[in-house]
Design a protein around this ligand. Structure first.
Ligand code: ATP
Length: 301
């Protein structure tokens, strides 16, 4: 089952495309990192997936074909928005009551257990909690709905490194214990590898790279060699990005197992950080696996 599937999805604001031609299929059971520079369209994509924004073109479904934003989807998808939507003037206890009243399947015991584990006092006003505690509380409320899909928009943005670690640890244990799927947007690329196993990279409103992180890393290398030879070598590889420093050239390139590394060139494994940066610096480069799968599915319908 795909937890999110979109076909030709686009959102235009007064003639400017915030999201364009977005076709992808995200399989279930992953922690998906949605990465991209400011204004790339991450929030727009997430808002379409949770039914907050109506597409201008195309369509998006969740959890195996349910319309985004439909009553069934709202029951099974939990969304934590960027600005952590909590009522600041009420206490944590009152917030739990509000959440329980608004959500049919809200597990209040689970929410209270998580709040207790975080040492957040039930009688404290939410506005008095730290940014990290508010993020943790919003996450606890979302998880207590026992969703099949958890969507988090920039959950790490306002947090210090320790709080980031704690928030993602909670997400990872929820995935391990309950088998839900998670999609979260982030700028904190250096921490993604530890947390996420699936990547969607966006640039200028378009999806630039999609796939399992291990798979993407194994299909790319950093190549170092003499500039004299660079033009010839570039012809045998799909070069994503090249940098020249005097007589040395460095390529980030896509490879397959059958390709031989040329003599006097050295291939090194690439880190996720390097891979993401190389693609962000070259917005016309793409590495896609999902869209083809979606197109094939649809052709067979
Ligand atoms: P960031 O990382 O800065 O949060 P993002 O990748 O989430 O960015 P979006 O918020 O989806 O990007 O915005 C994509 C583009 O759409 C931006 O150029 C933004 O200015 C524009 N945009 C988003 N919402 C609206 C709106 N309601 N009206 C007009 N333009 C909008």
């Amino acid at each position: 089952m795909n937890v999110v599937e979109s076909f030709g999805l686009g959102v235009s604001y007064r003639g400017t495309w915030a999201l364009r031609d977005c076709t992808l299929a995200v399989p279930e059971g992953h922690i998906v990192a949605l990465v991209g520079s400011n204004g790339a369209g991450k929030t727009t994509l997430l808002h379409c997936a949770v039914g907050l924004t109506a597409p201008t073109t195309g369509e998006v479904t969740v959890l195996g074909g349910i319309g985004a934003g439909s009553p069934d989807a709202l029951e099974r998808v939990a969304f934590v928005a960027q600005e952590t939507p909590l009522y600041r003037h009420i206490t944590v206890r009152a917030m739990l009551t509000v959440a329980a009243n608004l959500n049919q399947h809200f597990d209040r015991n689970l929410a209270e257990a998580r709040v207790a584990a975080l040492d957040i006092p039930l009688d404290r006003r939410i506005g008095r909690l730290s940014g990290g505690q508010q993020a943790q509380l919003a996450l606890a409320l979302a998880l207590a709905r026992r969703p099949d899909l958890l969507v988090l928009d920039e959950p790490l943005a306002r947090l210090d490194p320790l709080a980031r670690h704690e928030v993602m640890a909670v997400v990872m244990s929820a995935v391990a214990e309950e088998g839900l799927s998670v999609i979260f947007s982030s700028h904190v690329v250096s921490e993604l590898e530890r947390v996420a196993d699936y990547l969607i990279l966006m640039s200028h409103g378009r999806v630039q790279m999609v796939g399992m992180i291990d798979d993407l890393l194994s299909k790319h290398v950093v190549l170092n060699g003499p500039t004299d030879d660079a033009e010839r070598v570039a012809e045998s590889f799909a070069v994503v990005e090249s940098q020249h420093a005097g007589r040395q050239t460095q390529f980030v390139a896509r490879i397959d197992a059958s390709v031989e590394i040329p003599k006097s060139w050295v291939a090194e494994n690439i880190s996720l950080d390097e891979l993401v940066l190389a693609y962000l610096r070259e917005p016309s480069a793409t590495a896609m696996s999902g869209p083809l799968a979606v197109s094939a599915n649809r052709a067979g319908r």
